[in-house]
Ligand binder design. Sequence first.
Ligand code: FAQ
Length: 307
Amino acid sequence: MNEIKFQERIDAEKKIEPKDWMPDAYRKHLIRQISQHAHSEIIGMQPEGNWITRAPSLRAKMILLAKVQDEAGHGLYLYSACETLGISREELVKQLHDGKAKYSSIFNYPTLSWADMGAVGWLVDGAAIVNQVSLQRTSYGPYSRGMVKICKEESFHQRQGYEIMAEMAKGTPEQKAMAQDALNRFWWPSIMMFGPQDSDSPRTGNAMKWKIKRQTNDDLRQDFINKTVGQAELIGLTIPDTDLKWNAERGSYDFGEMDWDEFWSVVNGNGPCNKQRLAHHKKAHDEGKWVRDAAKAHAKKQEVVAN
Ligand code: FAQ
């Protein structure tokens, strides 16, 4: 009975809130997705943090620093949304450290040059926005509201990345070559962010039924490609896909086959930087223990004073 009423609410486009009844499987599905999303924001700070001290100007350094801080904020909104489902932050971090929770495959690729900061902002934030704009209409209230705030900031991030790429593309031949090289390395991993093809995506069925996801992986990937091709052309860069061509009948770009072996290898922990990213997160978490302890002790003291 509860399940039927729950589905009716979803079908009527009503949001589910933390204190509402929900099926266990819906709760678990959300904890999995929101926590993986939160972990992605936090681990995603590493490839960009790598360039803060080497930004080419003070302006570029300030912008990059602000962007990386924004990603930390996104992680915090998402952890908070996830905690409303009855799981603690400690448990979520433990699942990440134990390898039980994933984070986006894209952050397991290295950032080798300043142009990579352009490619990450333009393509990675660009792909994240396409996915997150869709998630603004997700059925779980706290997740949906978090997405609205996050999307506003992500669109600024996407523009700062595109600006870096555009500047480099119209710079010296060496700078243009660096921008093209960054696009070559980040293109395929960026379109892999949308996940496996619909036919290989075990979570999509329930996610669509419960309106957690509003569009499938393949639909979102296609949207992203359609939006991005013209942006590359405008700044004179070439997307590294010889099969990419406009299909007037579909009103979309056709594109080449992704390397799915590479995708699953990275998702399963064997990408170029998986071990490094997780080791860094664990080290930072251990080194930050005294801060968490001090904050807890302070909160406890305030409680005693208030009582
Ligand atoms: N990487 O059945 P599906 C950002 C896993 S935020 C790793 O299709 P689902 C901002 C999937 O979890 C980027 N794992 O799963 C930023 C599942 O494994 P599980 C993060 C992946 O959930 C920018 C299994 O494969 N955004 O970038 C990936 O329906 C710059 C089967 O897959 C989000 O997390 C992958 N790419 O669809 C920050 C958005 N794809 O859990 C810093 C929210 C699939 O069963 C700097 N999440 N898997 O063990 C989603 O929209 C979905 O969860 C998908 C996957 C689309 C990621």
